[in-house]
Design a protein around this ligand. Sequence first.
Ligand code: KG4
Ligand code: ZN
Length: 342
Amino acid sequence: MNKAGSAVILGIESSCDETSAAVVRDGVLLSNIVAGQEVHRKYGGVVPELASRDHQKNIVPAVDIALKEAGVDKKDLSAVAFTRGPGLLGSLLVGTSFAKAFTLAAGIPLIEVNHMQAHVLSLFIRREKQEPVPSFPFLCLTVSGGHTQIVKAESHLSMKVIGETQDDAAGEAFDKMARFMGLPYPGGPEIDKLAREGNPGRFIFSCAEMDNFNFSFSGIKTSVLYFLREQLKKDPRFIEANRPDLCASIQHTIISALMKKVVAAAKEHGINDIGIAGGVSANSGLRKAAAALSTQYGWNIFIPPFEYCTDNAAMIALTGYYKFLKKDFSAQNTAPLARMTF
Ligand code: KG4
Ligand code: ZN
């Protein structure tokens, strides 16, 4: 606790291409600053070395603004939480080094956070205390550009991955297929937009069947690529002429694969509270499918506002807060981890 008797946590996120800083006081979010990186757009994907350099430029201003916006002075902080992994090593190193130096200078605890656990806890980010949150145990489908997981959460800090992709992430599949169709990066939102005008039953694609609650999205990517190549031989304008139907069909296939496993996991675990987190949770088709299943099975669905679905430090600061309450602190020799499980 700080001198005023409250827990004030500064969170730092730098795992991929967003530099973010946030402040949480007693579990309530006070500020969340996200500096995105436009530099990757022209390359059609994140370039790790450029990401690290941008983190270095952005981290100090992001922290400064987050503290100012929260109305918190550095000396009022109780601890600093940072993303230890998983993510791009060079990017993680920037946030990790910053958090270590800051806590060493301020003489306050350092708290490492698992980025994927933080995505699940994004369901608990609140600006006001009384907003609804899922009850334990619940399931969270975390779908982003880098990860696709179904997590069973027993408590804020006790969770288990019960299913995950064995190859590409769902967002990555959206992005790659968008690229085949000449759409800009990131392709997920572009496919979502065009899919609204299209017929999802026009083209039949499929995702490989996986055991248990696992996923695979690399097969659909290859089958779409071969299908487009064949069609383009017959009609060079095929993509242009069929974009909305192609997008709707691809989106429908990915969402069906995701939802099928969520339904199976919810039934097997007897769970009614379902969260969806990560950038792909912005997808309008996914939100509609989740709402339909909620009506069908009586589920309570929780999807954070979009700003907390994509990478952000609010979820890192909040996870840090729960760890702070348990005095789960890290040593100064903690190193970032590109791969990290929980
Ligand atoms: O969580 P996030 O911001 O970053 C990662 O940690 O990966 O997720 C980014 C991913 C990208 O693949 C992007 O295409 C996807 O989320 N995405 C969407 C939508 N908005 C973002 N995918 C489908 N539909 C959307 N509306
Ligand atoms: Zn993420």
